[in-house]
Write a protein that binds this ligand. Structure first.
Ligand code: GCO
Length: 398
């Protein structure tokens, strides 16, 4: 058996807009109902977790996990600028309390892709005023529930929000403008730094970090100097500018699913013969270890927490094999002396996969779209056995 360290954290993750349902006051709700966007379908009721969270937390705890990562929805807490809802803050305080009642550490994300309409429609993330706006939201929220928080993630995947929102156009605001893209990611980095300070100074004592979307960027051919230079440039803007801003933080959240192949003239598609998943990227579980090593290196040894890793697939045995392979990579990184604090599987539930809608199923638990009934998948029981043993059988190099 290959053992994980004593105290290694095991969790699953979700995000408010993807599971709660009826988050009607944010930019994503407006975006997914706008004519002409690429959104497959609106989020609607999602998994109705706004009401069903006690059942979901009981289920997660019964599987032996010790933490639950979820996000608080800014647009519920501050529906209009400066107007804070005590009822919404009380709701999230109850969710934290329910986590603790189920022996689950609450891992709270303060921004997971969604921004209140009032802020999104008044400059959004490309307007520097967002930094103060976000810091004030964090201040009011941590004041209300900071004593119950186990760990805080400031901003989820700022690289994705800025790049897809301002360079690809598949996420809101869907403005293709390089200057606004740069402004948006600079404001997100500033907002991370400000919210880090606000959360550390606020109520409660808990580690704080940013969670970053990462990919195993590989030059093709591997020894081609131009491909290496192109890969370095792409990766610098996609990851390094964010990783460098996290030096000295309590942890860095690594969120990896696959790799990105880069040729001399730019990004390449999937390699011939490598399975491609519903998300459009390759089945490539080795990417997790590669990105853990990179985050450890570029942040200059900030402890790494895997805050998302998983696979959208209807083949649950493929899910098990993917996670098994990814976890062997985590064990390799631990053997190399890298401080990996834990592993968080994305996601607890099949949920709203943004512009893809409900097609891609990442969940350890299936959700019946008609009845909202939860059905635990075989891969969940397998991962539960790994969690409870805090070990992986050696022979299963997947
Ligand atoms: C994120 C991710 C999640 C996705 C997951 C699967 O921002 O953390 O985008 O919200 O659902 O990465 O694609």
């Amino acid at each position: 058996m290959r053992r994980f360290p004593e105290g290694f954290r095991w969790g699953t993750a979700t995000a408010a807009h993807q599971v709660e349902g009826n988050n009607v006051n944010n930019d994503w709700w407006e975006w997914e109902h706008r004519e002409g966007t690429v959104c497959v379908e609106p989020s609607g009721d999602a998994c109705d977790q706004y009401h069903r969270y006690p059942e979901d937390l009981r289920l997660l705890s019964a599987l032996g996990f010790d933490n639950y990562r979820f996000s608080v929805e800014w647009s519920r807490i501050e529906p209009e600028e400066g107007a804070f809802s005590k009822a919404a803050l009380d709701h999230y305080r109850r969710v934290c309390a329910e986590c603790l009642a189920n022996d689950l550490q609450p891992v709270v994300t303060f921004h997971h892709f969604t921004t209140p309409r009032w802020a999104a429609n008044d400059g959004g993330w490309h307007d520097a005023r967002i930094v103060d706006r976000f810091a004030r939201f964090c201040e009011r929220t941590v004041e209300h529930l900071g004593d119950l928080i186990g760990r805080a993630c400031t901003i989820n995947e700022p690289n994705v929000v800025s790049y897809i929102g301002y360079q690809v156009g598949v996420f809101p605001p869907g403005i293709l403008d390089a200057d606004l893209w740069r402004a948006s990611y600079e404001n997100m980095i500033a907002a991370h730094r400000r919210s880090y300070e606000v959360l550390k100074a606020g109520r409660g004592e808990f580690p704080v970090g940013l969670t970053l979307s990462m990919s195993d960027y590989q030059p093709v051919p591997a020894d081609d100097e131009k491909a290496i230079a192109t890969r370095d440039t792409i990766r610098y803007f996609a990851e390094d500018v964010f990783l460098e801003s996290c030096r000295g933080d309590d942890f860095i959240g690594v969120q990896t699913y696959s790799r990105t192949r880069v040729g001399p003239d730019g990004q390449l598609g999937p390699e011939e013969g490598v399975p491609v998943l519903v998300m459009g990227y390759e089945y490539y579980p080795e990417s997790l270890a590669a990105t853990i090593r990179r985050a450890w290196e570029v942040t200059e040894h900030v402890p790494v927490l895997v805050t998302e890793n998983g696979i959208g697939t209807d083949d649950d045995e493929q899910r098990r094999r993917y996670v098994e392979r990814a976890l062997h990579g985590v064990l390799d990184c631990l053997d190399e002396g890298i401080e990996v604090l834990g592993y968080t599987y994305w996601s607890l539930l099949d949920n709203f996969e943004w512009a893809f809608g409900y097609g891609p199923r990442f969940g350890l638990v299936e959700v019946d779209r008609r009845t909202q009934e939860r059905r635990v998948k075989p891969s969940a029981y397998w991962l539960s056995s790994v969690v409870q043993a805090n070990a992986l059988s050696d022979g299963s190099h997947g």
